[in-house]
Write a protein that binds this ligand. Structure first.
Ligand SMILES: Cc1cc2nc3c(=O)[nH]c(=O)nc-3n(C[C@H](O)[C@H](O)[C@H](O)COP(=O)(O)OP(=O)(O)OC[C@H]3O[C@@H](n4cnc5c(N)ncnc54)[C@H](O)[C@@H]3O)c2cc1C
Length: 507
């Protein structure tokens, strides 16, 4: 039986009572999120300062049967923020005191980080050291955590975009209280020269088990960093029509399959590009319609943008060395007859395109967060499916998604992030969370999108916390069985985030 009081007393004795917070204001703040469901307040927040203290907290949770919910910086905006998976779980805020950059290795280009190191902190430290290395930034909150983002399989836009893939070597406190190191750190030695340079070692590779899961709390990781190139130049194209997404996907694919373009392509629709800098002029409380086509065209005109904007980046020895590469991409896109080229220098003055430049050159930026003000009330949820890099399939999914947004009176805000074979579709829902009807429509819209895309064989790559069980029910039953068996093996009392990603360890 759960004994919260016994747990808090025991943890207070181990880590200091001042690091156990049960104040009403704190719990209310940690329970807030931008999703349609009610707030999910924790019953306490605890602030460990070391792996040993995290281990003490996990052991106490096992003894007193208390559920924990670890966060790194807790800026998972649009996916759950720092609210626990279920109300009443104790938030373990790792970021507050475990926020050190433990090592920066400029020879083999990696950093060793604690959970609280934000994108801005790592960027600033790399610049302080002379800017030899470049991190892979998101275009999300700069105060979001490098580790938390990677654990949830977040992504950037440059050559090191795959944030989980760029982790190398973890230290993890398992749900049963054991501490392990993965990869080449698993050697029983204090001299771990290969931990953050070689991913694989003796035996099964365990790292993947800890992303989007609830089997352990990660307390240290190695993150690979790219040498900052002497020059980086972006290129951008606008396309006028919604249907142009089919052609854009066809144009991007060969550039990525051959790896000619080393960044990903950001393919943002008009509202994704413009919403961070505007508030919807057509919105008023009670309005049940999405923005009109005329309204969108007026915004496109005012911002000098199109129905779609495509951005990518080259890296090289000098601007002059990069120029021929840009001219080749330009020729490729302009053959379509619809693409309008925007140069790197022009794009620096267009905020929607500047954010692409910043994120592809490892510079965290808060500008995209402006989209939380598109409608009042700051409701924000991300539906994250994807499409094969085939124009006709992308267009079909675009029609389906656009229609569902329209039906629920939501503004269609989408960016495709295109690689060689696949593009992740970042579908943003932005609504007035203070309006009960709109809140209900946002929820219904998310569920219909997920249902209709799944019917077409498309699942999601990450999910807002309100929909963990919903998405798990879309999976093969045998998969849930495996996830639950792993949960019971690594966390037999289910003390870490039960319910997260639909995994609770039940038979
Ligand atoms: C406008 C906007 C733009 C965005 N753009 C991007 C983008 O470009 N790319 C992108 O990836 N995301 C983006 N996001 C989403 C999000 O904000 C980030 O992914 C966020 O930075 C996550 O990092 P965090 O440290 O806040 O994670 P946290 O909230 O701390 O954690 C995220 C998840 O990982 C788990 N977790 C965290 N730390 C640990 C740990 N140590 N051990 C085990 N589990 C752990 C948590 O339980 C939680 O489920 C965007 C959001 C907004 C609102």
């Amino acid at each position: 039986m759960m004994d919260l009081e016994g747990f808090l007393k025991s943890v207070g004795e181990k880590i200091g009572a001042q690091w156990v917070d049960t104040r009403h204001e704190t719990l209310a703040r940690y329970g807030e999120h931008t999703l349609p469901a009610e707030a999910r307040a924790p019953s306490a927040v605890v602030f460990p300062s070391s792996t040993a203290e995290v281990q003490e907290i996990v052991l106490a949770a096992n003894e007193y049967h208390v559920a924990l919910f670890p966060v790194s910086t807790g800026n998972n905006i649009g996916l759950g923020s720092r609210a626990p998976a279920r109300a009443g779980q104790v938030v373990v805020d790792l970021g507050h005191r475990m926020n050190r950059i433990l090592e920066v290795n400029e020879e083999t280009c990696y950093a060793e980080l604690q959970p609280g190191v934000s994108f801005t902190m790592l960027h600033d430290e790399l610049e302080r050291r002379g800017g030899k290395l470049m991190l892979s930034a998101t275009s999300g909150p700069p105060h979001g955590g490098v580790m938390g983002n990677a654990m949830d399989r977040g992504a950037g836009y440059g050559p090191y975009f795959d944030h989980f893939g760029m982790l190398c070597g973890m230290e993890v406190v398992l749900g049963n209280g054991d501490v392990i190191r993965t990869g080449d750190g698993s050697l029983d030695s204090e001299e771990l020269v290969n931990w953050h340079v070689s991913k694989f070692s003796f035996g099964p590779a365990l790292d993947g088990l800890f992303s989007q899961s609830n089997y352990g709390i990660v307390t240290r990781v190695g993150v690979w960093l790219m040498p900052r190139p002497p020059a980086a130049r972006s290129f951008h194209f606008t396309f006028p029509d919604d249907e142009d997404i089919a052609e854009i996907i066809e144009l991007c694919r060969p550039m990525k399959l051959s790896n000619f373009v080393p960044s990903l392509f950001r393919v943002a629709n008009d509202l994704y590009a413009i919403a961070p800098d505007e508030v919807s002029a057509e919105y008023a409380p009670g309005v049940k319609n999405a923005i009109s086509k005329e309204g969108r065209l007026a915004l496109q005109k005012r911002h000098g943008l199109g129905a779609w904007q495509v951005s990518g980046m080259f890296y090289g020895a000098s601007d002059a060395a990069i120029e021929p590469l840009i001219q080749r991409v330009r020729g490729h896109f302009e053959r379509s007859g619809k693409a309008r080229y925007i140069s790197h220098d022009e794009a620096q003055n267009i905020s929607a395109l500047k954010v692409a430049i910043d994120s592809m050159t490892g510079r965290p930026s808060a500008s995209e967060l402006g989209m939380l003000k598109w409608r009042p009330g700051s409701g924000n949820a991300w539906f994250l499916p994807g499409t094969p890099m085939v124009g006709a399939q992308a267009l079909e999914l675009d029609r389906v998604g656009r229609g569902i947004y329209e039906k629920h009176g939501m503004d269609y805000i989408v960016m495709h992030v295109a690689s060689a074979r696949f593009a992740r579709g970042l579908h943003v829902l932005s609504w007035n969370k203070d309006d009960a009807d709109e809140n209900r429509r946002a929820d219904a819209c998310y569920r219909e999108l997920s249902t209709e895309f799944a019917k077409r064989g498309v699942g999601v790559g990450r999910a807002p916390a309100d929909y963990y069980d919903f998405h798990m029910d879309q999976m093969l039953p045998s998969l849930k069985k495996v996830y639950s068996s792993l949960k019971r093996a690594l966390d037999p009392n289910a003390v870490i985030s039960p319910g997260k990603y639909g995994i609770d360890g039940e038979q």
